[in-house]
Design a protein around this ligand. Structure first.
Ligand code: BYC
Length: 314
């Protein structure tokens, strides 16, 4: 009987667009759904540091190195906000990291593709962060308070990241013929993997119905993917680049939107099941980083314990 009341309070809050907070009652499936999504999102931020971090020592100027360094550092911070938001639902950092390190947890498919040239770093900022923001702007209004608040802060930083990428892309697209070709190659290679970031088509997305019902996601995978293409096509034109190979992007006067080809969903499934070009490399790097950071965690724990004892004694 009590559960029914609690459930109706939960539903009423959602109906009024009020936030659900950690101490509020929530259905088990809502909690599980959030832990899954937020922890995957946190893992994406941390694994996302790897392809770009790979270019810090090879950035083409001191300015671009400083900017990239700041960006990659921000991603680490985003991971931290998100792990903390997930912890407020009753899971632990150790559990989440263990799931990442053993390959049980997913993280964004995009980071299983390699960054072969400096133009790829530009394409990540422009396209990947552009797609991430498209998704995260709606997540700022997600029904779970800690997730929504983390997103507000993350979005502010992501818009700087997107500008970093677009600026680098502009430099290359308006640079020498060789630079322009590198920019085009990066666009060609990153286009479809970026479209995959939004998740499978709505008709094949098992989690979307609940996500939308519970106001965790305010828009569907296909709606966001379409918006991303609509926003990006004028930027491709401005840069003077060709539409990506096989993308078939074309304005549809009747729909007042761009038509475009779907990504290869079989490739997507392969990547999210651990068989993309860089899955093994990424997991190895994360496992090593975790192992190498053991002494830092030990020192931080000892320091916190010491401070605690001092406070009790005072
Ligand atoms: N990659 O039912 P669906 C960033 C999985 S990183 C891998 O549609 P949902 C950045 C999905 O998890 C941006 N897996 O799921 C960082 C599910 O599997 P499980 C990361 C994917 O949750 C550094 C299954 O496929 N952003 O910003 O409704 C540098 C069925 O999918 C993917 C977020 O994480 C994928 N692309 O929708 C630069 C945003 N797509 O869990 C940038 C938050 C789907 O049932 N997350 N799957 O085993 C979301 O909005 C949603 O979780 C998704 C998927 C749109 C990703």
């Amino acid at each position: 009987m009590e559960t029914i009341n609690l459930e109706s309070i939960f539903e009423a809050k959602l109906a009024k667009n009020e936030m659900i907070e950690p101490k509020d009652w929530m259905p088990d499936n809502y909690r599980k759904h959030l832990i899954r999504q937020i922890s995957q999102h946190a893992h994406s931020e941390i694994v996302g540091m790897l392809p770009e971090g790979n270019w810090i020592t090879r950035a083409p100027s001191l300015r671009s190195k400083i900017v990239l360094l700041a960006k990659v550092q921000d991603e680490g911070g985003h991971g931290l906000y998100l792990y903390t938001a997930a912890e407020s639902l009753g899971t632990s950092r150790d559990e989440m990291l263990d799931a990442l390190h053993t390959g049980k947890a997913k993280y964004s498919s995009i980071f299983n593709y390699p960054t072969l040239t400096w133009a790829d770093v530009a394409a990540i900022g422009w396209l990947v962060d552009g797609a991430a923001i498209m998704n995260q702007v709606m997540l700022q209004r997600s029904s779970y308070g800690p997730y929504s608040r983390a997103m507000i802060r993350i979005c502010k930083e992501e818009s700087f990241h997107q500008r970093q990428g677009y600026e680098a892309m502009t430099t290359m697209a308006f640079g020498s013929a060789e630079q322009k070709q590198m920019a085009q190659d990066a666009l060609n290679r990153f286009w479809f993997p970026t479209l995959m970031m939004f998740g499978p088509p709505d008709s094949e997305s098992p989690n979307s119905d609940n996500a939308v019902k519970w106001k965790i996601k305010r828009e569907t995978n296909d709606e966001l993917r379409q918006r991303f293409v609509n926003q990006t096509m004028p930027q491709i034109e401005y840069l003077g680049l060709q539409i990506p190979t096989n993308s078939n992007i074309k304005w549809n006067e009747e729909r007042q939107q761009y038509d475009f080809s779907e990504p290869n969903w079989a490739e997507f499934k392969n990547v999210i099941h651990g068989n993309g070009p860089c899955n093994k490399e990424r997991l190895k790097a994360r496992n090593e980083a975790h192992k190498n950071g053991e002494w830092v965690r030990e020192a931080a724990t000892a320091y916190a314990k010491h401070q605690n004892e001092k406070n009790i004694a005072a």
